[in-house]
Design a protein around this ligand. Structure first.
Ligand SMILES: Cc1ncc(COP(=O)(O)O)c(C=O)c1O
Length: 353
């Protein structure tokens, strides 16, 4: 028996988002960012669907994810980029064995690739203002790569504030990147999802959307018309009639103000429902919003069914097409990225029939 819970994956919505982003990318190629299990959506399911729709570039975090993805994307003409590069010799060997394209930002990474005998290509990571990852001296690193038979796929940088179109750092980063690009004369990639909206003129040779593929609007004030790919849902497994004055869930933090019907769903914080939704989150039942009452537990969440018709076996949506992940994230003081990637491995991901 399995618990009646699921992250349903709508591959038609994924296709809609991918095609929309491809149009937005114009002449630039699109690297689909599928790291962290495709932002929690299931890497094999998502990548396979994107490949079938024409995607030929994929971005993951490290060699472990890259090796896993290569089992799905067996066409070695398809690039699998490692955005964090290699961390040890084993990673460097995996990059060779699975034809992966690591990013590189340090001498140590180059040393590992050299030692393993890597002779593929790499992305040079440059910092333009985020102060996260970036080579100290990109021209020197490029020169050394070439000396050791490593070719350069291109130069990439990452934006810090692309979801804040008015932020002056966007322009600064774009200007710095253009200078580097001109100096190095290499294929260039700067934009993530939000960047494709905020700095469309800097599409360069490749764009790297992640969150937009999954249907969360990267710049909510400039919606693109994306469709949510995931619907996280669970069935009501039990209904309790709670009398006025009784308590619900841990710490007795909720006391029933009147007689109530409480529906219990077998999804809790160990599945990825943020505990911060305790007493303030919502979920959808047949187009109606239900309030989460009391503390979210490890395996369960309690909902005020109110006057709604509801029975055991009814399906409740925690986020998806009827209650957007970004809204839920706002209630939990976080972002849709964290909701998606926080879904536990014990929650099955299935393509929506
Ligand atoms: C280097 C890099 N490129 C692209 C992306 C995709 O970003 P987004 O999901 O905001 O489109 C990420 C995500 O963190 C990243 O780290």
């Amino acid at each position: 028996m399995t618990r009646p819970v699921c992250a349903w994956i709508n591959l038609e919505h994924l296709q809609h988002n991918y095609r929309l982003l491809t149009r937005l990318a114009g002449e630039a190629e699109l690297m689909a960012i599928v790291k962290a299990n495709a932002y929690g959506h299931g890497m094999a399911l998502i990548s396979n669907a994107l490949y079938n729709d024409g995607c030929r570039h994929f971005g993951v975090t490290d060699a472990r994810e890259g090796a896993e993805l290569r089992q799905t994307i067996t066409d070695t003409d398809c690039m699998i980029a490692l955005l964090s590069g290699v961390f040890d010799l084993q990673d460097a060997h995996a990059a060779i064995a699975h034809r992966l394209t690591p990013a590189i930002f340090s001498d140590m990474q180059l040393a590992l690739l050299k030692q393993a005998g890597f002779d593929g290509s790499v992305w040079i990571k440059v910092d333009t203002g985020m102060n996260r990852l970036g080579a100290d001296d990109p021209p020197r690193l490029i020169e050394q790569c070439r000396q050791h038979g490593i070719s350069i796929a291109g130069v990439m940088s990452h934006l810090s504030c692309a979801d804040m179109p008015e932020h002056p750092l966007n322009r600064q980063q774009a200007d710095r990147f253009e200078n580097i690009r001109r100096e190095l004369c290499l294929p260039a990639s700067l934009l993530n999802s939000a960047g494709m909206i905020t700095l469309p003129q800097h599409r360069g040779d490749m764009v790297r959307p992640g969150i937009a593929l999954y249907g969360a609007e990267p710049v909510p004030q400039q919606p693109l018309g994306l469709k949510p790919v995931m619907q996280l849902s669970g069935q009501i497994i039990h209904i309790r009639n709670v009398r006025r004055g009784e308590y619900v869930s841990y710490a007795a933090s909720f006391q029933a103000p009147h007689d109530m019907r409480i529906g219990i769903v077998a999804l809790g914080y160990a599945d990825g429902i943020p505990r911060l939704l305790s007493g303030k989150g919502q979920a959808m039942l047949n187009g109606q919003r239900l309030s989460i009452v009391g503390r979210v537990c490890m395996d369960y969440t309690m909902l005020d069914i109110g006057a709604h018709e509801a029975t055991v076996g009814d399906t409740v949506e925690f986020w998806g097409p009827h209650l957007h992940a970004s809204e839920v994230a706002g209630m939990a003081n976080t972002i849709a990225y964290e909701l998606f990637t926080g879904i536990a491995s014990r929650v099955p991901r299935r393509p929506r029939p």
